[in-house]
Design a protein around this ligand. Structure first.
Ligand code: PEP
Ligand code: MN
Length: 337
């Protein structure tokens, strides 16, 4: 961190500020020039809030030279993290395929779709039991019954289940019953929830917030990791932009960015990015081409009558065709599906 001082700063004032900064556990290296003077802070600056230094009258500006996230940072953990979900891995050479409906609707629906996606080659089953809907009048999910149905589908297929947790009250239930806990875009900055998830060791799929920067997203991962849970999988699911043609704008550039900044695996959700079923295929291909470690795709056997997100859901036959085509893209970038 670099502190740029105002020209008028007196020696006494600089000495006082230096003492204050040293008290925060960093080494202060002063560079006193004729025009400008700067203080270079070396050491663990994670606990120093730049704006509190800027509140000092002799400080012109504070510049960060390092990212504020440590545990999620590739600098301190050069090897990519592979999250092991009961033997099925996310990260590494093999691309993880997570597929299933937006919501669990009935036993028949979830078990039928689970069998189909399993036969096609999916490694995980997705399905929401607790749904974060924009309208309080929309279908809110089957909740605990939905979790039971997901477990039946897992029994039938062996596929590990990925499902969204909305409340800290349900953490124990999720730890007992699911394989990967999804934190939805709307909860990416629910810091109390993230802190609680840091206390468990269940893998967490952390979706990027609707308008979150890459740094904010990684700071949310840091919240979970700081508590001791390092099993975090990032998920790019599109962000809000001025464009309204698509539901969100898939930020493809976030994938190489996150892979450079962090060692955590990153998966892409082309379904919520596009909001349109026919865009899932090209976006999924693009995601693999830019280095995604996996995909999470909404697959429904009757999209026209789906209780949630039918317009962005693909049918199993489309998913099967996509899987075949993705194998070619994966091979071209040295990966396998
Ligand atoms: C979902 O995966 O069904 C979902 C609600 O996603 P997001 O949090 O990305 O909107
Ligand atoms: Mn959905």
């Amino acid at each position: 961190m670099i502190v740029i001082l105002k020209q008028k700063a007196s020696q006494e004032e600089v000495a006082k500020l230096t003492k204050q900064l040293e008290a925060k556990g960093v080494i202060v290296n002063p560079v006193i020039g004729t025009e400008k003077s700067i203080l270079g802070l070396v050491g663990d600056t994670t606990k120093i809030d730049p704006s509190s230094i800027e509140a000092n009258g002799i400080v012109e500006r504070v510049m960060k030279v390092q990212e504020p996230f440590k545990k999620a940072n590739r600098m301190f953990h050069p090897e990519p993290t592979i999250v092991d979900v009961n033997g099925v891995k996310i990260g590494g050479n093999k691309i993880a395929m997570i597929a299933g409906p937006c919501s669990v609707e009935s036993e028949e629906q979830i078990t039928d779709i689970a069998k189909e996606v399993k036969d096609i080659g999916a490694n995980f089953l997705r399905g929401g039991a607790f749904k974060p809907r924009t309208s309080p009048y929309a279908f809110q999910g089957l909740k605990y019954e939905g979790l039971e149905l997901l477990k039946k589908a897992r029994e039938n297929t062996g596929l590990p289940i990925v499902t969204e947790l909305m409340s800290p009250y349900d953490i124990e239930t999720f730890v007992e019953n699911v394989d990967v806990i999804q934190v939805g875009a709307r909860n990416m900055q629910n810091f109390d929830l993230l802190k609680e998830l840091g206390k468990i060791d269940k893998p967490i799929l952390l979706k990027r917030g609707l308008s979150a920067t890459i740094e904010e997203w990684l700071m949310s991962a840091e919240y979970i990791m700081a508590g001791g849970n390092e099993n975090v999988i990032l998920c790019e699911r599109g962000i809000r932009t001025f464009e309204t043609y698509t539901r969100n704008t898939l930020d493809l550039s976030a994938i190489p960015a996150v892979k450079k900044l962090s060692h955590l695996p990153v998966v892409v959700d082309p379904s919520h990015s596009a909001g349109k079923y026919w865009m899932v295929e090209p976006l999924a291909k693009a995601a693999i081409a830019v280095g995604a470690d996996g995909l999470i795709i909404e697959v429904h056997n009757d999209p026209a009558n789906a209780l949630c997100d039918g317009p962005q859901s693909i049918k199993p036959n489309k998913f099967a065709k996509l899987m075949e085509e993705l194998k070619v893209i994966a091979a071209a970038v040295g990966r396998e599906i």
